[in-house]
Every structure is written in C-alpha cells, then in structure tokens.
Design a protein around this ligand. Sequence first.
Ligand code: DGL
Length: 269
Amino acid sequence: MKTNNAQPIGIFDSGIGGLTVASAIHQWMPQESLVYYGDTAHLPYGDKSKELIAEFALRITRFLLEEKKCKAIVIACNTASAAAYEPLRDQYKGIIPVINVIDPMIEAVIADTDIHRLGIIATKTTVASGVYQEKLSRRKPSLPYAALATPLLASMIEEGFYDNSVSHEVLKAYLGDPQLADIDALVLACTHYPLIKKEIDQYYGGRVKLFDSAQVVAQKLHHILNKEQMNHEGPAGQNEFFVSDYTLAFEEATRIFFKTSVKLQKMPL
Ligand code: DGL
C-alpha cells in the first residue's frame, strides 16, 4: 500500500490503558497524527481466549486502515500483542508496519547487563501465552526469570483505584509472592501499569529496576518510521480517540492516562 507520510498512526488497546503508549508517542513525535481505538466494550482482554482477542484485533486494525487510513499500527496492549501480533503481522506484511509492545521490551531487557533475576507481571492471558518466557529463554537463556499473573491490577486501575489504600494492599499481596523474591528488575507487561509504577517503586524502596512499555515502544516506532522514511514533518498532528463503548468514567480517566483530557467518540465495530 502506498502511504502518505501525513497519514495517522493507528494505536489500539482493550481500553484506555494503551493511552500511556499513545501519550509517549505523542511526546516523541508531536507532529504525527494519531488515531486511538480503545475496545472498552470487550474490556478486559486479560481473561479472554487468544482466538477471540485475535478476532477483535483484526476488526480494529481493519477500521484503522480502511476507514482511518493509518500508515502504521501499534498494538498498545500486551495481551493483544501476545494473542494477535503474529496473525496481524503476517496479514499486513509488506503493506504497513505493525508494532507490538513485547518485542521492543525484550530488546531493552536483554541489552541490560545489570539484571540478575527478572520478574514479569501481566494479565492472565499474557502470562499463559508464554510469549515473554519463550522469547527470554531463547534470547538470553542465562537470565533467570519469573512471570506472575496479576489479574486484578488492570481492572483496579481502570476503576480509578491507584495510589490509595486498596491498591497498596493488592500490590503488597502480588509483589510479596515468593516467585518474585530476589528480583532486581521487573517488567510491567501491561500498558495499564505505568499508572502504578510509582507505587511499585515505593514498595521496593527503589531497589528494583522497573521497565514499562510506553517509552520503549515510542522509541521503537520513531526508529522504524525514520528507517522507512515514513515520518511526517510539519505542524502538530491531529489526534482522534475512539472507544467501542462510551462512559463518562472512561472519558474522565483519559486525562490520567494521556496526560490531557481527550474527547472520546463512540464507534462500536
Ligand atoms: N492493557 C492490557 C495489556 O497491556 C491489559 C488490560 C486488559 O486485560 O484488557 O495487557
């Protein structure tokens, strides 16, 4: 497909957590236009089957490409990256770049030679997919790791429970799990988790290095657009935000995830 550099970048997630990635992309490349799609009608993805998530992801990608004419797709969700990246990449190979949140994170972790034991926290589907475990074992077999499903965290954050007594207790229960004992680095393998990064850091008293997807993915996209000569030069881009189900609570929460309030448009697919 012949794309024009002024066309937008399509970004999607199960909900509004992927706005952490959109926000980092916007900061890195303010001249690019973004079209964000949050599949709030099907949230959370974390407890759904791989097949169903792949079906949702395909439908959203079609909307972003066919209706919104996006020039690249960013899967701003670990669960959807684990379940749907390969079918999407294969379907759009040679047509447009499709970027997931897992591979850039693996690159960042294996490049860090100071890590001796790594923890990974994510939704049930991401952990059960084994994708982080498989890639780490293959790329850096000498690095011991533990992957723990932390299913309450995404819904807890989406409901506005962070930085309060409820989130402190939930985090204490998860991070105190013996599987995560002795880690010196932790991958926050869910795009909602940057919102609780500060609390996690406080729990560990700064002793554990934290990796979150937003920054790593924005840098990776910047690199790919430059390499493919697809980056747009010019004045600030126009951003659009769609959700499959609208509630005022989602709209209010966008301010926290995207750093400024945005107008959500309802667009069921
Ligand atoms: N944002 C999704 C992720 O990165 C998790 C939320 C969900 O389960 O829908 O995995």
